[in-house]
Design a binder for this molecule. Sequence first.
Ligand code: C2E
Ligand code: CA
Ligand code: CA
Ligand code: CA
Length: 274
Amino acid sequence: SKSSGKGRITWYDDELDAQRTRKQAIETGIREGLKRGEFDVVYQPIIEARHGTIASVEALVRWPRRPEGELVPDQFIALAESSGLIQALGQFVLRRACQEMGDFPNVRLSVNISPAQFRDVAFESKVADILAETGFPAQRLELEVTEGNLIENPERAIAAVAALKALGVTIALDDFGTGYSSIGYLRRYDFDKIKIDKSLASQVDRDPQAAALVAGTVNIANALGLAVTAEGVETEDHVRLLRLAGCQYLQGYYFSRPKPLHDVLGLPAEKAAV
Ligand code: C2E
Ligand code: CA
Ligand code: CA
Ligand code: CA
């Protein structure tokens, strides 16, 4: 507000106003964009480290048809979370991915879940609804949760994880190695997998401490019966060292960037056979 105060105070006020306006514009854009079909889902393969085959794909949202220009998820997911739109956006991603994956019976699907989605006590039943509606088998779905999903309301998170596992869905702890007390979570939750964040995994070739942390994480995880995926695999050295450390799954630009599903998995089985 220009009339109030003087000098710097006014300048900061205007700056905050501008930020708020931009936030609101993006929130409105997400709401409208969902109606207008501006969002896409792309997929990045997750590779079985020993055999080099595609074990699963991770669904990642994109906003290429935003009229004001594309934003990357890190720029709009947080706003979708704070405005409550993440429920609708998350359901869009899950539904679209389950529909598209129906054509590829041998590959599993991973979908990211925001803390704000967990807050909704109807979340589990919405997942069950989308599985029923699309016919996608729960056993082929993995949901990726972060420390943020667990910190906010541990009781709720424990209930959500248990209910999802009862459906047959598996759960991965994402961004491992970026938080503060992630090891404690491994005892409290019935995870199936840990994903070592790219900020740690991609340092194995240049930082001996990172390499030791990755190897230690794999040992702890395996002792607890959890599989490990390493993210951010970009080079042949990463592949070699992360396999040596015992990571069961590898994911990163070395194998593929996130792409439309058919560019990752080829033609659907029935179409390829024709
Ligand atoms: P994330 O779940 O940790 O996903 C991995 C991110 O790293 C993706 O960025 C992916 O494109 C990128 N990546 C993959 N391989 C490499 C690599 O070798 N090197 C580098 N430098 N990066 C790599 P993206 O797609 O921009 O997504 C960023 C974050 O946004 C995701 O991090 C996730 O937290 C969030 N996100 C994306 N899609 C969704 C979604 O549908 N729902 C929710 N809740 N969050 C999403
Ligand atoms: Ca993820
Ligand atoms: Ca990550
Ligand atoms: Ca993340």
